[in-house]
Design a protein around this ligand. Structure first.
Ligand code: PNS
Length: 159
């Protein structure tokens, strides 16, 4: 059986922490789908298509090994996508206890809805303080975001 994982998120924009998790997941599964999902609880910086393009560019430039597919999903439950592509698990990066508290209810609901398991992965501690919301704030105020994001994102947002 092909082992397929989905790494979902807003990716608004993709950060070095996300890229770390994607690259670790690509080393563990036969196929990884990086799925851009609109999160209505967050004020968006970039349109979905732009987030997908920046993810594709960042993954290519980082020379992530393995089969990585970038897609977006806006038509219902996340687990519907997981089932549709024949994936077995969701992979989420966990930086702190705050992430555990945020992710745990979603992981339980996704298991109840469709029997989909969630694997929590620890990114490198050097990325523990990096979040898309922090990057959006620094970028909006004209600060340097290059320590936190892949070069493709830094180039795009500093243009
Ligand atoms: O990067 P984010 O914003 O923390 O990602 C959160 C996201 C998009 C993965 C989450 O909001 C989500 O899973 N949305 C899909 C909607 C859904 O299926 N909800 C019901 C089960 S939790």
């Amino acid at each position: 059986m092909k082992r397929i994982a989905v790494v979902p998120g807003s990716f608004d924009p993709v950060t070095l922490g996300h890229l770390d998790v994607i690259s670790r997941a690509a080393g563990l599964y036969d196929e990884v789908h990086v799925l851009v999902v609109h999160n209505p609880d967050k004020a968006a910086l970039l349109p979905i298509a732009q987030r997908v393009a920046l993810l594709e560019q960042s993954i290519a430039e980082a020379e992530v090994r393995g089969t990585v597919i970038v897609a977006s999903w806006s038509m219902g439950l996340l687990v519907d996508y997981v089932t549709e592509v024949g994936a077995q698990v969701l992979v989420k990066g966990i930086r702190s206890q705050i992430d555990v508290a945020y992710e745990t209810p979603m992981a339980i609901v996704n298991r109840h809805l469709a029997g989909v398991e969630t694997i929590f992965m620890l990114p490198d501690p050097s990325h523990a303080h990096v979040s898309s919301s922090l990057v959006r704030q620094v970028a909006n105020l004209g600060g340097d975001i290059s320590p936190y994001v892949p070069p493709a994102v830094a180039r795009f947002l500093q243009r």
